[in-house]
Design a protein around this ligand. Structure first.
Ligand SMILES: [Zn+2]
Length: 229
């Protein structure tokens, strides 16, 4: 489920005392193209909301929209909160890593097994698979240097073998003074909707990289330390 940003709703129709989206600009859960979905009025309604399907104009596959009619959350209290069913958006890392290039297949397999055995409460199996995931990550980056070294030692030297600064430094040219994006940010050139969506995606990634992920690692680290003390 992915929430539709109210800014992505192109038009509304009235439904009782609220307004529900008629046309939505969204990324298609199937072909991943950003396109305009026209919601048909053939709703299945329940106590809390409406469900409707419509096909993607690009790939013709069906997309499901869920419109919450019970709790409206915008200031005017009249626009219904709307979601699109998008399995990829269920932000589980396993869905994200599978769509990324350069991730070792054995790492994906080990991680998927770790998730499965953990869900079925196999504690020893989870321990075994988790160790395999950590080993696989370290081996991927350290290659020969991982051989015969304890995991702690390998983790210690890992940052020397991963360029953690590169994703951020690689962005700097985007903001060059004479660059297109910089001119758009200074409102010298107009930005189209697709570019603004990519920009929002970029903001989310930068914040995640610099604040969310280090924070999450620290919080989990503290929880584990506390449990062992
Ligand atoms: Zn599509």
């Amino acid at each position: 489920m992915r929430r539709i940003n109210p800014g992505s709703v192109n038009s509304y129709i009235r439904y009782g005392n609220i307004k529900i989206p008629k046309s939505i600009q969204s990324e298609c859960p199937e072909c991943r193209k950003t396109t305009e979905f026209l919601l048909n009025a053939n709703f299945q309604s329940s106590k809390n909301g409406l469900v409707t399907e419509t096909s993607c104009p690009t790939c013709k596959k069906s997309a499901v929209f869920i419109i919450m009619t019970k709790d409206t959350i915008d200031e005017q209290g009249e626009h219904a909160d709307t979601y699109i069913y998008d399995i990829q958006a269920a932000k589980h890392p396993i869905h994200q890593i599978e769509s990324l290039p350069n991730i070792p297949k054995d790492l994906i397999r080990a991680y998927r097994s770790a998730i499965n055995v953990h869900q079925s409460r196999g504690n020893s199996a989870t321990a075994v698979m988790s160790k395999r995931v950590i080993e696989s990550i370290l081996k991927h980056f350290l290659k020969e240097k991982s051989k015969g070294q304890p995991l702690s030692q390998q983790l210690e030297i890992l940052p020397n073998h991963v360029d953690l600064a590169k994703p951020i430094q690689a962005l700097s040219h985007l903001l060059a003074v004479d660059g297109t994006l910089h001119r758009m940010l200074e409102l010298e050139t107009e930005m189209d909707y697709e570019t603004t969506s990519l920009l929002m995606e970029l903001l989310e990634s930068i914040i995640e990289y610099l604040f969310v992920l280090p924070g999450k690692i620290e919080v989990t680290h503290n929880k584990i330390s506390k449990k062992f003390n």
